[in-house]
Design a protein around this ligand. Sequence first.
Ligand SMILES: [Zn+2]
Length: 231
Amino acid sequence: MSKVALVIIDLQEDFLPPNGSFAVPHARQLIKPIIKLITEPSFTWSLIIASQDWHPSDHICFASQHNLPPFTETTFKHPCGEIDPDTHLVKTKKQMVLPDHCVEETFGSSLTVQLRLALEEKPGIPKEIVKKGSLPDRQYLSCFADVWGLHKTNMLEILYSNRITDVVFVGLAYDFCVLESAIDSAKNGLNTYVLKNYCRSLHPEKTNATDKKYKENGVKVIDDYSFMELF
Ligand SMILES: [Zn+2]
C-alpha cells in the first residue's frame, strides 16, 4: 500500500512578495491552495513536511559576503577542500550569489503564518519541519543535502522512518529548491511527483526547460487533479 507524503518547500516570508528579500513572483497566490492541500479531508497524506531555509547571517551564498550584486555568478570552493583528480586543484562550482535571505530566527525565515496555523491545526497525522542551510560555507538548494552532497539534513530519515513510498512536492521555487529536492527524492528511490500549479518559478519564462529537468530525473510533473489517484 502506498504511503504518500506532502512536502511544502520554503513557504517563508523572504520568498514571498511584496516584502520578501528574495521574493518569487506571484508566490503569495500559492498560500491558499497549499493550505487547502493540507486541510481538505479527501487528501489522505501519511505525513506532511515543511522545509525551511535557515542560514547564519554570514552565509556564503549571500551577495553581501562577496561585495557582488545579487545574481552574479561566482566560483565556490569545495567546503572540505577536496581535490579534483584531473586538475589537481580544489574542486569548485560556479553559482550565483543570492540576495541575503532567511537568516535564522528572523521574520524573513519564518514559515508564513497561515501555513504554521494550518499545520498546528491539522489533526491525526505526523508533521515535520526540515531545516536546510545551517552550515555557512556551502550552498543548499535541496532539502535533502547541501549542493556538494556532504551535509545531509534529516529529510530522508524522516521519510524512511514513516515508511513513505510516494512524495508530492509543492512550493518555492519550481526551478530552484523544489526542483533539486524532487530530484534527490527520486534518486533515493521514492516515487516522486511535483504539482506544478502549486509552485511558482523564479524564471517562469523557462518553464519548459524546467519541466524537462524534472522528467529527465524521474520526477512526474502533474498539472491537473490526477494526483488524487495516489490516495
Ligand atoms: Zn537559501
